[in-house]
Design a protein around this ligand. Structure first.
Ligand SMILES: Cc1cc2nc3c(=O)[nH]c(=O)nc-3n(C[C@H](O)[C@H](O)[C@H](O)COP(=O)(O)OP(=O)(O)OC[C@H]3O[C@@H](n4cnc5c(N)ncnc54)[C@H](O)[C@@H]3O)c2cc1C
Length: 389
């Protein structure tokens, strides 16, 4: 029976632990943080929910069902009218992650409530250090998020240009059934408000090397909260957290595994650089890691199979998103997009699918090209994106 250590019990680690334990592996998952709220929008798309139907009942789980997306100043994309129903929910990460972790434990994974302080890859095994001492495993899954220790020890940390900084406020005591989005020119990106059952997660995000710090970004968010009145009377609790935001070229050379180890979720850099959807990729890659570990004849073969799968099933699509990012956040395109959203049901349908994680970047171009206004914009957009990656 293979011994697998998993560092981190977020969606990637909990899902890997669940699938491995069910397949008969001996699984130890290390994380001292639970129960905890993770700085995150908490937007969970239908495709992510469909991967965890055994742990999360989308109908009864405490969550906000998103009915509309409001693009400032006044374009509304109705998710229900576009036939998507509960294609996007917003959940508290304390509740969502706890449900996934409970499922892994009931499948047989052992939780060690300790922070991993060091990882040493040896010829035949991996050593894992915590304040409680050293343990060894045949294979380690690094599912320890954007600041991954496993990544720092076995590959290299993300460079500054591979990260974005997300910062904002949890607004306790306010909620809604619509997400709000405002495209911003400086920094190039958007401000969002994601409503959870008892608070709003409001934030802004900028590439870490964009020359704008977390304090300035948070001040920008605070000004937006004041101007929109979206969180009137709520108690604001600040947060700040990195999100991997890789360039297209990074996905081509992505190092996701080696003998005795692999990286999943944020630790591997698997986040959509435009929508910042990472929960789906965390859950999916946790599952791929488990399949590679139990489905191949050696730890070397597992590492190869996992790397190939990550590049094939996530890397290509995320690279496409990275190529489009620069154009997507251009102010001129943003203005055109809002106007098009007001006027065209076809564009609203595309945007609803993008928000719900149902629209691939591979076919996005062709769907937009079929609409006149955005078809013209596409040319400018793709020209401006050519320098990326
Ligand atoms: C502000 C913000 C908004 C976001 N909004 C969305 C959104 O709306 N929808 C979406 O899909 N994605 C969103 N994301 C991205 C999403 O949060 C991540 O992609 C997702 O949480 C990745 O899951 P993970 O399991 O890889 O890592 P995490 O969820 O980060 O889990 C990592 C776990 O590892 C543990 N850990 C870390 N170091 C150690 C150690 N040394 N030893 C033991 N344990 C350790 C941590 O305690 C944590 O529990 C957002 C991110 C941010 C920052």
């Amino acid at each position: 029976m293979i011994d697998v250590a998993i560092v981190g019990a977020g969606p990637a680690g909990a899902r890997a632990a669940y699938a491995l334990a069910r397949a008969g592996a001996r699984v130890t998952i290390f994380d001292a943080s639970h129960p905890r709220e993770k700085p995150c929008g908490g937007g969970v798309t239908g495709r992510a929910l469909s991967l965890v139907g055994d742990a999360i009942d989308a109908e009864t789980f405490p969550r906000t069902v998103i009915r509309r997306a409001r693009f400032a100043p006044d374009a509304i994309v109705s998710l229900e009218d576009d036939g998507l129903g509960t294609a996007l929910i917003v959940a508290s990460r304390a509740a969502f992650d706890a449900a996934l972790l409970d499922r892994a434990i009931s499948a047989g994974a052992r939780l060690v409530r300790a922070r991993v302080t060091d990882i040493v890859a040896r010829r035949d095994s991996v050593a894992i250090d915590t304040a409680m001492g050293r343990s060894t495993a045949d294979f380690v899954v690094g599912a320890d998020g954007a600041n991954s220790l496993v990544r720092r020890r076995l590959v290299s940390p993300f460079r500054r240009d591979q990260l974005s900084i997300a910062t904002g406020y949890f607004a306790h005591g306010a909620t809604s059934d619509e997400i709000a989005i405002e495209v911003t020119a400086q920094p190039a990106g958007y401000i969002w408000s994601f409503p959870r059952p008892d608070h709003l997660a409001i934030g802004i995000c900028a590439q870490a090397d964009a020359g704008i710090g977390a304090a300035a970004l948070r001040a920008r968010t605070a000004a937006w909260i004041d101007a929109t009145g979206i969180a009137r009377g709520a108690r604001l609790a600040p947060y700040s957290w990195p999100i991997p935001s890789l360039a297209a070229r990074d996905y081509v050379s992505l190092v996701a595994a080696g003998p005795h180890w692999c990286l999943a979720g944020d630790a591997a850099g698997l986040v959509d650089p435009i929508t910042r959807e990472g929960i789906f990729f965390a859950i999916a890659s946790g599952g791929w890691a488990a399949e590679a570990i139990v489905g191949t004849a050696s730890v070397q073969a597992a590492a190869r199979a996992y790397t190939e799968r990550v590049r094939e099933e996530a890397g290509r699509e995320l690279a496409r998103a990275a190529r489009l990012k620069a154009g997507f956040f251009q102010p001129a395109f943003g203005r055109l997009m809002v106007r098009a959203l007001q006027q065209s049901s076809a564009i609203r349908a595309v945007m609803a699918d993008l928000i719900a994680g149902e629209q691939s970047y591979r076919t996005l171009k062709w769907r937009l090209l079929r609409t006149l206004e955005l078809g013209i914009a596409w040319t400018a957009w793709s020209d401006s994106s050519k320098s990326e990656g």
